[in-house]
Design a protein around this ligand. Structure first.
Ligand code: FES
Length: 593
């Protein structure tokens, strides 16, 4: 007969509900019976009483045959389990939603909040003492951190890691900056169909997330900067043995974090987020990370309201761009990793960081850095520049405001191809939505010059649920064929973190909001944008803007959303604007306003 715990069956003693299988019992109205039944069922899996007495560490399995960025998740689970079990815990994996950029319609961002709800509720519902969250592809890591903070049980993100670069005609390639630049070259006729077909085989040559400083890599670096995972965990390639050792280390950390009940709301502070924003600026990270970080911040009761969109601009003024990776620079995530990755970057940024911020191990960020000195090798400084010789002096990400974006808009200034466009005035060429854009952008009769400003409306959080990454408006073919590579482009949507160009995104309020000035821009209106003064203005009088707003017909998406069913209806009625994180209002720490 097995050595069972008599307390579990002693009806005179109440069931304590703080840890292991005894926490969060299913509601049957009889706690002893609930525990008895739970043990009946888990024993069907062959666990012993000894195993069931250990700290229970959940591992979120986001493997999907439609998610190549997560193809290594089975190996990571095995390594993480090894770490848990060598440290005396019991590892149990369970599934949640998995999202990949190219296999989510209309966009993966439409499903990010659903994944965060899935993550939050499954962590809360199940008897877990800590939970390792394996994510990687763009929206998965923010979804998991949002859900993890709201669940407020000990959570440990583990990212899948970047893919390795490919090669074509002697040149290195990586998804997805090179996907976009080569597609633009194909559109412009500078490469042929055979080339683009061959490139298609090489742009994603291994499992793992996009190999440049896109959204996935940015969120991985930010997760490390928040103190949520080992610093080298941000960049170790998906297919490396280092990645597996990081998984094993995460497993061991999880048992320790469970023992100390170190919750994310306790660990993360305003200073943790300021460090994350500093890193975001220094890596020239994805504009999407601004949206994700605001959603994450607004899940944290003690930080919500302490950091706003404006904070990103204020921090950025003191932070140079140091990391030479595509799309702002020239290299790939494997180069960043080989140059020392986040450990080297955090040492370089030390004077700008809040070293008292706590990390997942219980050490402060300063203690972590002191315990892991990094010697800058000559080759490292080409990829991770010293503070004294940056790639871009400051403010790689800039927040703009003006009558066109009273609640803000964002531009990755460091990714501009023609820097003169960062201070530019020109006539608008307006597209009402993505369909209008697709229909007219290559029309030879389109009235457009290289000085025009391309405006795409209707792709904001409500206007086109999920706020698609359509802000990289293609250069009209007739201009592309003349060699024009960049124009000033504005939208209320997003761009991929892997995209480059002079592109203003997240204009708020978005065009479908009844009072939005962005929604009433017309062809030929002059727009001025100036990075220095952080301004974005429609050169139309206030009276004329008011007149156009009053003239707009009601109806459309704004009204239709009130009667829509299902998740889409929930999304359109509840999503907030980009500067708040495009989260559901009822999921923020304060609930709906
Ligand atoms: Fe998954 Fe780029 S498509 S990270």
């Amino acid at each position: 007969m097995s050595q069972f715990n008599k307390d579990d069956y002693d009806l005179s003693k109440p069931i304590s509900s703080t840890s292991g299988l005894r926490q969060g019992l299913t509601s049957y109205g009889d706690a002893h019976f609930s525990l008895f039944l739970r043990k009946v069922f888990i024993k069907a899996l062959g666990y012993s009483e000894d195993a069931l007495s250990r700290p229970i560490i959940g591992i979120i399995n986001t493997y999907s045959a439609l998610n190549p960025c997560h193809a290594n998740v089975p190996q990571l689970i095995e390594a993480a389990k090894r770490g848990v079990q060598l440290s005396g815990g019991l590892a149990v994996d369970f599934p949640t939603i998995s999202l990949h950029e190219s296999f989510s319609s209309p966009t993966s961002m439409f499903l990010r909040n659903l994944m965060s709800m899935d993550t939050e509720e499954m962590i809360k519902a199940q008897p877990l003492d800590a939970c390792i969250m394996i994510g990687g592809c763009d929206k998965t890591v923010p979804a998991q951190i949002m859900g993890g903070i709201s669940a407020n049980k000990p959570v440990l993100p583990l990212v899948t890691g970047p893919m390795i670069p490919g090669s074509h005609r002697g040149q290195r390639l990586g998804a997805c900056t090179d996907c976009r630049s080569n597609w633009a070259a194909y559109r412009a006729g500078s490469i042929d169909m055979e080339d683009i077909g061959n490139l298609n085989e090489e742009l994603a040559p291994s499992a793992g997330t996009c190999g440049v400083m896109g959204t996935a890599s940015t969120m991985a670096c930010i997760t490390a900067a928040l103190g949520f995972m080992p610093l080298r965990g941000a960049s170790a390639p998906a297919v490396s043995s280092t990645r597996l050792r990081i998984a094993e280390e995460t497993g061991a950390n999880a048992v320790s974090v469970a023992a100390n009940n170190r919750t994310p709301q306790e660990m993360l502070s305003k200073e943790s987020f300021l460090n994350a924003i500093t890193v975001l600026q220094a890596i020239g990270g994805s504009t999407n990370a601004v949206v994700h970080l605001m959603a994450i911040i607004n899940r944290h009761p003690a930080v919500q309201g302490q950091i706003t969109l404006q904070t990103f601009d204020e921090v950025g003024r003191n932070v140079p761009l140091l990391v030479d990776l595509k799309p702002s620079g020239d290299n790939y995530m494997t180069d960043f990793h080989n140059a020392g990755g986040m450990l080297a970057l955090m040492h370089t940024l030390k004077p700008l960081l809040h070293l008292s911020a706590m990390t997942i191990t219980g050490q402060t960020m300063g203690e972590v850095l002191d315990a892991s000195p990094f010697n800058t090798f000559p080759f490292s400084s080409a990829i991770i520049r010293p503070l004294a010789s940056p790639l871009y002096p400051a403010s790689s990400l800039v927040v703009l405001r003006g009558n066109l974006a009273p609640n803000g808009a964002v531009i990755k200034a460091s990714a501009s191809k023609y820097r003169h466009l960062l201070s530019h005035r020109g006539p608008a060429v307006v597209f009402a939505d993505s369909a209008d854009l697709a229909q007219r952008i290559d029309d030879p009769d389109l009235e457009v010059t290289k000085n025009s400003i391309l405006v795409l409306q209707g792709i904001g959080p409500i206007g086109n649920p999920g706020m698609p990454e359509a802000g990289l408006i293609p250069i009209p073919r007739k201009l592309a064929e003349e060699g024009v590579l960049d124009m000033l482009r504005l939208s209320d949507g997003r761009i991929s973190g892997t995209a480059g160009g002079t592109i203003v995104v997240h204009v708020s309020p978005e065009s479908v909001v009844p009072g939005s000035a962005f929604g009433v821009v017309r062809n030929g209106d002059f727009i001025s944008c100036d990075i220095e003064s952080r301004s974005l203005n429609l050169e139309v009088s206030d009276q004329e803007i008011e007149r156009r707003v009053a003239e707009r017909k009601s109806g459309g998406v704004w009204e239709e959303r009130k009667t829509k069913r299902g998740y889409r209806g929930l999304y359109e009625r509840s999503v907030n604007q980009a500067e708040e994180g495009a989260d559901f209002d009822f999921l923020s720490s304060t609930g709906p306003s």
